[in-house]
Design a protein around this ligand. Structure first.
Ligand code: ADP
Ligand code: ZN
Length: 433
């Protein structure tokens, strides 16, 4: 279902006209109200008046995560504090959290975008949404909460954790839509299994999973285990939270970006050069409608690709490919660049391992070494990890063949790798310690 028929299916020209008008307005506003932007624009010699076409966006400077940290906590706000009705912060996955604010109208916009998101994923009025994204400073829980209410479906604000109780509620309340991180979805299925509840016999038809990287193979694994359509959702607190982009359940091929509110660009992370559609690089977003915390050309460090081919769902919004990693997540192991998601892909292509893994990077002498701990599947486990050595060598070979990096695989007994309730921690880089 398309929630906002008018804005999600605009012809390109009409959409671009709206984008330009909104861009001009936001650029003027940040220049006048946020000292950081005034200084950054002046240094580049660009004035709000110079923005006459969408291409002129490229004249504007980038905003980096470090800029937000330098202006911690509120100095990037473009509204006086008395208009700010909500504060959130990023999860702090990669350092000090960044703080974001919302006016009442921002909350309204966000709710609309999350209603669109849930509808695109196949949620309707009458659905019951089991919302296991964390409630609190993290934007996931409340973002989904407001969106579900806006759509008119029912929300169960269960948040993360207390997994056994969640299973009980899922059994008793019969929710039809599951919202949480993909890693927590697997955890829920595992605990259901322990509790003798057949997850597939629950009423779920769709899961809206995001907030952390996951691979296409992980999607198949989740769909098979949980018996639902697994849809990818993308967002980050700096831009608004969840509700920046989502896959439509019809195609499940790339995430539609809500371009009437956010202009996406993909750049070469080394040179800052804007790349054409179809080429992978770092995602950059400009917010068009946010009041309290507008962002101009924000470098997300997330890697993806933009596609503008039409989609069978009827939306005219561009799509971004699944995030392949964060530029700061990339591991360089003896000169070979690898992303955790690539290793996940290789692991999940095998039938004999479970979707729980941990990558451990160490420096031995002057050599970096990559350890891959992964759980063996229960049904092929003899009870003794020593029997698994031939398999470990096999997986090492898989990884070497596909990614060109040597590693040491250690198969672990079932249920020995730490489970997550929110964003899974997949990498331990001991080199930084
Ligand atoms: P933090 O940067 O502290 O994790 P957020 O909680 O705002 O802060 O999370 C946003 C980040 O989560 C994104 O920049 C991206 O790296 C990751 N993310 C969100 N959704 C997805 C997704 N669907 N696939 C991969 N990564 C995602
Ligand atoms: Zn679509």
């Amino acid at each position: 279902m398309i929630y906002d028929e008018e804005f999600e299916t605009l012809p390109r020209e009409a959409l671009e006209a709206i984008q330009l008008k909104r861009l001009q307005r936001v650029v003027e506003k940040v220049y006048a109200t946020v000292p950081f932007y005034k200084k950054a624009f002046d240094e580049k010699g660009v004035k709000p008046d110079d923005i006459r076409s969408l291409e002129d966006l490229q004249k504007l400077p980038f905003t980096m995560k470090q800029d937000l940290r330098d202006n911690y906590p509120f100095a990037m706000f473009a509204t006086p504090m008395q208009n700010v009705v909500r504060i959130h912060a990023s999860s702090g996955t990669t350092g000090k959290p960044t703080v974001v604010g919302y006016t009442r109208r921002d909350i309204d916009t966000w709710s609309e975008l999350m209603a669109r998101t849930l509808a695109a994923a196949g949620t309707h009025k009458g659905d019951i949404v089991h919302n296991a994204y964390g409630y609190g400073l993290f934007t996931g829980g409340l973002g989904f909460h407001y969106g579900t209410e806006r759509l008119g479906a029912s929300v169960i604000p269960v948040s993360g954790g207390n997994t056994k109780r969640q299973v009980l509620l899922m059994k008793d309340f019969g929710p039809t839509v599951l919202t949480c991180t993909p890693s927590y979805a697997l955890r829920l299925a595992e605990v259901a299994d322990d509790e003798g509840v057949d997850f597939k016999s629950l009423k779920f038809k769709v899961g809206v999973f995001g907030a952390e990287p996951w691979s296409e193979n992980m999607r198949w694994e989740i769909e098979k285990k949980l018996g639902l359509d697994a849809v990818d959702i993308f967002g980050l607190s700096e831009i608004i939270g969840p509700g920046v982009a989502v896959e439509c359940v019809e195609a499940k091929q790339g995430l539609h970006i809500f371009e009437d509110h956010f202009i996406p660009e993909v750049i070469d992370p080394e040179t800052g050069q804007v790349l054409p559609y179809g080429e992978p690089g770092e995602l950059v977003f400009t917010t068009l409608t946010k009041e309290a915390f507008p962002l101009i050309r924000y470098r997300t460090r997330d890697l993806s690709t933009l596609y503008r081919e039409p989609c069978k769902c009827g939306r005219t919004l561009v799509r971004m490919g699944r995030i392949t990693g964060r530029s700061d997540d990339m591991l360089i192991i003896r000169g070979v660049n690898v992303f955790p998601s690539q290793i996940e892909s290789v692991l999940m292509a095998r039938k004999d391992v479970a979707p729980y893994y941990l990558l451990i990077v160490e420096r031995k002498g002057r050599m970096d070494s990559l350890g891959v701990d992964v759980e063996i599947n229960e049904d092929v486990f003899s009870g003794d990890v020593k029997d698994l050595q031939p398999k470990e060598r096999e997986i090492e070979k898989d990884i070497k063949d596909m990614l060109g990096v040597s590693c040491k695989v250690r198969l672990k007994a079932p249920k020995t790798i730490q489970r997550s309730e929110g964003k899974a921690e997949r990498v331990i880089d001991k080199r930084k310690l």
